[in-house]
Design a protein around this ligand. Structure first.
Ligand SMILES: *Cc1c(COP(=O)(O)O)cnc(C)c1O
Length: 346
């Protein structure tokens, strides 16, 4: 560890995180879990899990076994489910961690049986056609003797009003009759807003916990969790005709006060923010100009009277608005956030 303070910071609102979880839970009678894969959608899985655990969350979903191992000291290991399933190489390590595998294919089921079995979950693919046992393979004998806790399926279009939602719901209900599972789980963040029919025993929100808004019904209730700020490294006044940044994509048309900020595509602030991204200081919106570099962006701060080297400046990162602006998804905006940010929970 070094004593250097990183020049860029994520401020993470722990109360907003818990408030979002409580809001999602309060949409029905089901238990509410949490998807904490990809390091808690980029926020930091350890900090997310600790807070949601203390709020009463008992089901945590990760994608990889390494992600399960990273949080297994925080919760009862059986509370952790590993969505991406198992390979033969995983088997020796699974028992040490104690997290529960989601079995996604007949081959994974066979592997699990051969390894001695034990508690597991099963994923039905009800139409996303991505991961899970297809309904054409889904038959009672496949599950004989398995100790299945959760039968899961995942919605493909819950963020839209699509007929696919009720089609998946109906198929899930029908296929669930073939399996002896203790619990059923279908809804992600958006799926929770489709109504209680979609909730079953357990919901699995991710995005909305972290302030994302996949459906407008939740826009006024979900609180932002993540805000970005970064240091001003240099301020200079350029003249009309001066070019800014790689490939001179911005040419000043008048004297322009330009601030260079410690933020770049290596931090997840991708080149798609060029000409679109905004900073915010003293209630003033400030345009990013020129290319986004690896470690730097430049902004036209002519409207700011008082801005100088070393100042902290806010980066506009409202998830819905920024997604619309950049063409990146709210999921990408969160999971792109790089390792150079200091993550400061308040
Ligand atoms: C990521 C994921 C979730 C959470 O989805 P959100 O849209 O982020 O709420 C739930 N279930 C599965 C299987 C997932 O992969």
């Amino acid at each position: 560890m070094t004593d250097f303070q990183p020049p860029l910071r994520l401020t993470l609102d722990g109360e907003a995180l818990v408030s979002n979880w409580r809001y999602l839970k309060a949409q029905g009678q089901a238990s509410c879990g949490a998807a904490v894969k990809a390091n808690g959608y980029g926020l930091g899985a350890v900090d997310v899990v600790r807070r949601l655990r203390d709020a009463g969350c008992r089901d945590f979903f990760v994608a990889h076994w390494g992600e399960a191992a990273a949080i297994s000291h925080l919760v009862t290991p059986e509370w952790i489910s590993v969505l991406n399933g198992i390979t033969a190489d995983d088997i020796p390590h699974i028992r040490q961690i104690g997290a529960i595998p989601v079995l996604n294919t007949p081959k994974q089921i066979a592997l699990w049986r051969a390894a001695g079995g034990g508690r597991c979950h099963v994923m039905l693919d009800s139409g996303i056609n991505r991961l899970g046992i297809g309904s054409e393979q889904f038959a009672a004998p496949l599950f004989e003797g398995l100790d299945i806790d959760i039968l899961l399926s995942h919605l493909a279009s819950a963020d839209e009003d699509s007929p696919q939602n009720s089609a998946q719901l109906n198929l899930f209900r029908q296929q669930a009759k073939l399996v002896k599972a203790k619990r059923l789980s279908l809804a992600n963040s958006a799926g929770i807003m489709l109504g209680r029919d979609f909730h079953f025993d357990l919901t699995r929100p991710g995005l909305a916990l972290y302030g994302g808004v996949p459906r407008t019904e939740m826009a006024s209730s979900i609180k932002p969790v993540v805000s970005l700020s970064s240091r001003v490294l240099q301020v200079r006044t350029l003249m009309a005709g001066d070019a800014v940044g790689y490939n001179a994509t911005h040419i000043c048309t008048s004297p322009t006060k330009v601030a260079t900020i410690s933020l770049g595509y290596a931090d997840g602030y991708l080149r798609s923010f060029a000409g679109k991204g905004k900073l915010r200081a003293d209630g003033v919106s400030i345009a990013i100009i020129g290319r986004v570099s690896m470690d730097l962006v430049t902004a036209d701060v002519s409207a700011l009277v008082d801005v100088g080297e070393g100042d902290w400046i806010n980066v506009d990162y409202d998830l819905s608005r920024t997604a619309e602006l950049t063409g990146l998804s709210q999921y990408e905006l969160l999971t792109n956030l790089g390792q150079r940010f200091e993550r400061q929970w308040v």
